[in-house]
Design a protein around this ligand. Structure first.
Ligand code: C2E
Ligand code: CA
Ligand code: CA
Length: 408
């Protein structure tokens, strides 16, 4: 959004499963003078639009109650893609649900502007768009589009993943305070845009069917860096994030285990993290690969727990070792009664299922103290450490072991 912009210049994405609401909103926007309006009938369609346009819309008007990807999940996906478009929720829901969605949008660091109550009037719509404009021009900075298909294919396949880098975020035991592992997080070094986070290119790699290349590069790199820490005397568990689409590759278990063993890593010290909501969507196809990975000793973790449609029956059937509670239920949980309730029951459920419970997004001493009192096993987050370069890890572990937990 440029400074000096008027309401008419706004580019707006409308997301609603009700065609009548989409038609009404398009009509009202036209009456207000807005000419660039895009519509999506559900969250998946909206994400695919956002992943494929070079310039994100200025404003996203989204329904909360949609089949498929619901509004709350959609907000999380927007956050993962660092989307800075201003967000307005449309809803006929009661105030309590809207308040919760608003809290989630804020926890996810989205530019939340307000809500538009049904029935929608032209006056209310103009007013909220004016608030969007007033929000300031600083947002565009974060809102550049993802890398192009050509750049992705070139970097990932022709150059064997050369633009990819992995950073490592430590996890520590809440019982002993000792460092126990690291999670590998991938980055893309882009010639023009600098270092890009995973959400700038992973959704594109998934859509183009290139996640096997990504997994191969990341796995090989992580294993060789893990060999470097071991040579420095560090025996850390290593976690890698997997795109669920890669679970369709039947040779994945052999590849992962062979790579681990060739670098001297015991497969039982390797954890693969899979996002819960994605897993449940492609459950049947994933189950065989997951079972074979477990048979080979690799650990499995349910990532972003609490944000998807987890079916208890399916959770029971997958031989998971670990559950990672999504950071939107962890960061600042002590200050919010409802978030805290979800956190408490997620920890209890994980432990009842016999899983190691990891909390991600631990940002303060308060978050840590609450998790400790709730009996959480493992913590990860900025309070402990930001993601680090591989070479920085041995030094971090030494200073953590000397200084221990930060005081604030
Ligand atoms: P995730 O697995 O949930 O990873 C945690 C994300 O939260 C990371 O962002 C991390 O930098 C960030 N984070 C860690 N501690 C804190 C904290 O205390 N506060 C806050 N606000 N954030 C924190 P990142 O690196 O941008 O990764 C985003 C997502 O990208 C990951 O979410 C994961 O789903 C995906 N991803 C990362 N690496 C890979 C990969 O190699 N393959 C695949 N398929 N996905 C990956
Ligand atoms: Ca993860
Ligand atoms: Ca996560």
């Amino acid at each position: 959004m440029q400074t000096g912009q008027d309401i008419e210049d706004l580019r707006i994405l409308l997301v609603d499963d009700d065609p009548r609401t989409l038609r009404l909103l398009s009509f009202l926007l036209e009456a207000i003078g807005v000419s660039e309006t895009y519509t999506a009938g559900d969250g998946y369609e909206a994400l695919s639009y956002l992943d494929n346009v070079p310039d994100r819309p200025d404003v996203i008007l989204t329904d909360l109650n949609m089949p498929g990807l619901d509004g709350v999940e959609f907000l999380r996906h927007l956050s993962m893609r660092s989307i800075a478009s201003r967000i307005v929720l449309i809803s006929g829901e009661n105030k309590r649900i809207l308040d919760t969605a608003k809290t989630l949008a804020q926890v996810h660091d989205l530019s939340f502007i307000g809500t538009l109550q049904k029935p929608i009037t032209q006056k209310a719509l103009s007013e909220i768009l004016r608030q969007c404009l007033a929000f300031g021009a600083q947002i565009r900075r974060r809102n550049s589009g993802p890398i192009t298909e050509q750049e992705l294919v070139d970097g990932l396949i022709n150059r064997d993943g050369e633009p990819l880098r992995t950073v490592y975020q430590p996890t520590v035991s809440m019982k002993t305070g000792a460092p126990i592992g690291v999670e590998a997080l991938v980055r893309w070094t882009h010639a023009k845009s600098g270092v890009l986070g995973p959400m700038s290119f992973i959704p594109l790699a998934e859509r183009l069917g290139h996640t096997k290349f990504l997994t191969d590069v990341v796995t090989r790199r992580v294993m060789s860096e893990a060999a470097f820490w071991r040579s420095n005397g560090l025996d850390l568990r290593v976690s890698i994030n997997l795109s669920v689409t890669v679970l369709k590759c039947l040779d994945l278990p052999e590849f992962v285990v062979a790579t681990a063993e060739s670098t001297g890593l015991d497969p039982s010290k390797l954890t693969l993290e899979i996002t819960e909501s994605h897993l449940m969507r492609d459950f049947k196809e994933s189950l065989e690969t997951l079972a074979r990975l477990r048979l080979k000793g690799v650990w499995l973790s349910i990532d972003d727990f609490g944000t998807g449609y987890s079916s208890m029956e399916q959770l029971k059937r997958v031989p998971f070792n670990e559950v990672k509670i999504d950071r939107c239920f962890v960061t600042g949980a002590a200050q919010d009664v409802e978030t805290r309730a979800i956190l408490e029951s997620s920890i209890e459920l994980g432990q009842r299922l016999g899983l190691v419970v990891v909390a991600e997004g631990v940002e303060s001493r308060e978050d840590w103290d609450l998790l400790e009192s709730l009996g959480c096993d493992v913590a990860q987050g900025y309070f402990i450490s930001r993601p680090l370069e591989a070479e920085a890890l041995p030094g971090w572990v030494r200073s953590w072991n000397t200084a221990g937990l930060p005081s604030a």
